[in-house]
Design a protein around this ligand. Sequence first.
Ligand code: TYM
Length: 382
Amino acid sequence: MEEFKVTPWEVSGRVDYDKLIRQFGTTKIDGALRERMVRLCGGDEPHHMLKRDFFFSHRDLNLVLDDYEKGKGFFLYTGRGPSKAMHIGHLVPLIFTKWLQDVFKTNLYIEVTDDEKFLNKREYEWAEIQKNADDNILDIAAVGFDPERTFIFKDSVYVRNVYPLLMKTARKITGSTAKAVFGFDDSTNIGMQFYPAYQVIPTFFEKKRCLIPCAIDQDPFWRIQRDVAETLGYYKTSAIHSRFLPPLQGITGKMSSSGGQETAILLNDDEKMVKNKISKYAFSGGQATVEEHRKLGGNPDVDVPYQWLNILFEPDDSKLKKIHDDYRSGKLLTGELKAILIECINAFLKEHREKRKKAEKLVERYTRNGKLATEMWERTYE
Ligand code: TYM
């Protein structure tokens, strides 16, 4: 069996998600829990990422839903480590988070970790990271969160409001815990060893349960949070984890900003670039020749264009099923499947760019003067 590795900063190999659940000690989302979510959606269809088991694992999601049903409510928290350009994989948790916010009408906190990026990526200067962070915030805002119930903040800017709580939290996390959970060693800079305390802090923003939608690579942070939360007078956090949107080259690892231009679709790729990348690099589950493909059919399970349609770009179940069946039977050719994906991505990116333009006017409400943002700037955490 091929080995795989999943940490918040590195994912490699073909991830065995069942094994990962056991390694991380999380819980699989089973049929009963999924049905409970569907029921609570008020008759609406659940998001296709939930329906199709892309969000597949959780911690204490049932407790969050209990609190919701009791009328106590809960809040959402997610985040982003800013880089030059976001890729479509980064939108996955954000799109799902927006769906959760729309359904459950909750507050949402989005942490932009300029500090983490600076500490972890030696090639970046501080000023460049600030530019990237501000640019990424526009892409985040374009997802369309409720501007009165959403607070987006950069760590370095909001730190004053949380410093005492950050200290209280950091004091509870020993070096050996950080080493064991994150694999830090003596060459890891001490900033990085401290940083996890800050990623824990937003789970304490309200005295309610916190639900964190993210890919499963972020889970080690929640393990630390769950060790210290109750001793600080807060709830252990809940989380709902996704698998990874794979890179263009095949279904191992994850799409990542550092994987190189030809492994990811960036949010600012133009139509020609999208067409070029998909045609040239997208790993195909099709056969080597048209004749063979017609005879033997393709394999959607390893086909990156099919997987991307499944995860992100084709929410319509019946359309997706037809693509799946036609590809399997050999009726749909690799080139034709890629053409479907190229059209979907270009339509998606066009809409994203329009939303991003409109979001320029909204950014201040998310970061400064919307209802929740105003409250957050008036509040300090001790
Ligand atoms: P970052 O910027 O590496 O990733 C942002 C979010 O995107 C998810 N993600 C992916 N999801 C699906 N497919 C992929 N290929 C893929 N690549 C990344 C990540 O799991 C993450 O949810 N330390 C964090 C920032 C952070 C955060 C948080 C994230 C701070 N607080 C709370 C989630 C929740 C980071 O650098 O994320």
